[in-house]
Design a protein around this ligand. Sequence first.
Ligand code: B12
Length: 219
Amino acid sequence: MVLIMDSIYEEMAASVVELDMEKAKSLAQKALDEQLPLLEAIEKGFGEGIKRVGNLWDAGEFFLPELMRGAQVMQEAVDIITPHLEEGSRARETKGKVVMATIEGDIHTIGKTIVATMLKANGFEVIDLGADVKAEDIIAEAVKHRADLIGVSALLTTTMIGQKKIIELLEQQGIRDKFKVILGGAPVTSKWVEECKADGYAENAVAAVTKAKQLLGLS
Ligand code: B12
């Protein structure tokens, strides 16, 4: 069984690298039809594919159009799966409110959206503000919605500084103690999170849920 799954995940990864939208979408549908572990399909399948696309870009073998197409293929495949990830959570009581965004200047949405979906699937109420959101606006929304947790994604080394700004603004506004703040995104490390004086870091969506529960005293 494990071997069969591994080969489906490999096909999923390959569909992203081959920029084959039809193949990716039909594999996403197959994951639903065959009731595969959906998060694993995203992370080990399509997620692995987009990482390989990133490596090809790094190696100079892919250019921006391929990078963009790869992202689009991954996004559309994941969009087929995510509504089904959330299904189990709707009736349950909310574990807490989370405001999530990708920081200003940064248009990378895929990882942030996966984290948001996983949090929803685990009973959190998530207000997803999208990408390229100013630190000021993230805080205003967190205040407005009385969020418990703020989650901020950054994929560019040049935009990570915006994550730090969130903490600085919360301190300036005298509301630092009202929210727990978690940071993430490929270039983010626990050292950076410490430097920002944020509350937590998670490397992937599963770890993000564990961290969120831990910070809100739910585990
Ligand atoms: C897809 C992609 C794009 C797509 C994004 C489409 C979209 N809708 O998101 C497009 C093509 C638009 C794009 C554009 C650009 N990109 Co780009 N892109 C990538 C790529 C290949 C994959 C990112 C991704 O989606 N990964 C898959 C997801 C699942 O992983 P993830 O994002 O890391 O998220 C996981 C964790 O990090 C974590 N996580 C994420 N967010 C959060 C938040 C919280 C709170 C928590 C707890 C956890 C968490 O959980 C997630 C799930 O496991 C990366 C390469 C890479 N290795 O990361 C480059 C990369 C990030 N891009 C890069 C660059 C340079 C750019 C451009 C500047 C290119 C250009 N010259 O125009 C532009 C940026 C424009 C802008 N202003 O933002 C560089 C950044 C380099 C750097 N050090 O800063 C990278 C690293 C590629 C490279 N090696 O050069 N990109």
